[in-house]
Design a protein around this ligand. Structure first.
Ligand SMILES: [Zn+2]
Length: 324
């Protein structure tokens, strides 16, 4: 672990957009054909929902002999909780989710985002938006108010001008999804305060890190059409997407804030991992629960069955377990 130049060089050699079955390289010289990633925001501790996403993407990449990267999505400095980036990494280590190469921090990568923004601007694919938060947060999405230019003076955000087309997504878990881009609306790619927005940064980073497989929670499914449209505009490859079911309360409601704010207990790492595997419908054997995190994660990779999550959009978590 840690900053490994070799690992990064190895990453940069990985051919893009190659099907895992199409390679003619021999096993000895073949670079990993699958690069997955986990991209937490340092806005608090990892909770059950984020562990499910981390374990799902880890098992998916490792089960195919792939690499697994960790990227810290720390562009929103105002929401950042001091010390949480380090705490998240420590938790991943204690849960035996070991990453490859160096951790990338988005806050150190703004030159890449600025370059992408200039490319989009030169294509005429952006416009300045002066709308206030109240004006733009309508239920029906952004109505395109500033497409002809900002409607008032002062600082502006930058939006990506979407075409009136349909984006098709062949999600490995959720199947065929269709999105009308105009209904998604023109997405903000640089905020009014100058910070680059998630949608642009994630597209640039996934491409620069040669990520082939994005495995993440289904709460990000609605963001995917923008990301695909941005990839197409920037002539970047589109990774394979797998949207894991969202973990919800037993009642079907969004995972309670109380549960989301409860940090995972490293002393109960095995029990947490076992619960995450159960939620991911991997049907782990009962005796696995008392094993070490390393053994549980190893089992998860060796027995990873993503087909069990096909078409599953959400999974109800059990009620609070008193033992965890
Ligand atoms: Zn506007």
């Amino acid at each position: 672990m840690g900053a490994s130049r070799e690992a990064r060089r190895a990453i940069s050699r990985v051919p893009r957009g190659e099907s895992p079955h199409a390679s003619t390289l021999t096993a000895a010289e073949s670079p990993p054909q699958c690069i997955g990633r986990f991209a937490p925001s340092p806005t608090g501790s990892l909770h059950l929902g984020s562990l499910v996403a981390a374990l799902g993407s880890y098992a998916d990449a490792r089960s195919r002999g792939g690499q697994w990267l960790v990227r810290m999505e720390d562009l929103d400095r105002a929401r950042e909780v001091r010390g949480s980036a380090a705490a998240i990494l420590r938790t991943l280590e204690l849960f035996a989710l070991n990453w490859d190469g160096a951790i990338e921090y988005q806050s150190a990568r703004t030159a890449h985002y600025a370059h992408a923004l200039e490319t989009l601007r030169a294509l005429g694919a952006t416009f300045e938006c002066s709308c206030s938060r109240r004006e733009r947060d309508r239920e029906s999405g952004y109505p395109g108010t500033c497409r002809g230019g900002p409607t008032r003076n002062g600082p502006t955000a930058v939006r990506f001008r979407v075409d009136d087309t349909v984006v098709l997504l062949e999600d490995r878990l959720q199947g065929k999804c269709e999105f009308r881009l105009r209904e998604c609306g023109d997405v903000i790619i640089r905020r009014r305060d100058g910070a680059f927005a998630y949608q642009l940064a994630v597209v640039v980073d996934d491409a620069l890190q040669n990520v082939t497989d994005v495995v993440r929670g289904a709460d990000l499914l609605d963001s995917t059409p923008w990301q695909i449209a941005l990839q197409q505009a920037l002539k970047l490859p589109t990774p394979r997407y797998s949207h894991l079911p969202l973990i919800v309360e037993p009642s079907g409601e969004k995972l309670a804030k109380s549960r989301r704010s409860v940090a995972l207990d490293p002393l109960a790492a095995g029990a947490h991992l076992y619960e995450a595997l159960t939620l991911l419908r991997q049907d782990p054997p009962a005796e696995l629960e008392s094993e070490s995190p390393g053994l549980i994660v190893q089992w998860a990779c060796a027995n990873w069955r993503p087909d069990r999550l096909r078409g599953v959009r959400e999974i109800r978590a059990a009620a609070y377990r008193t033992t965890v």
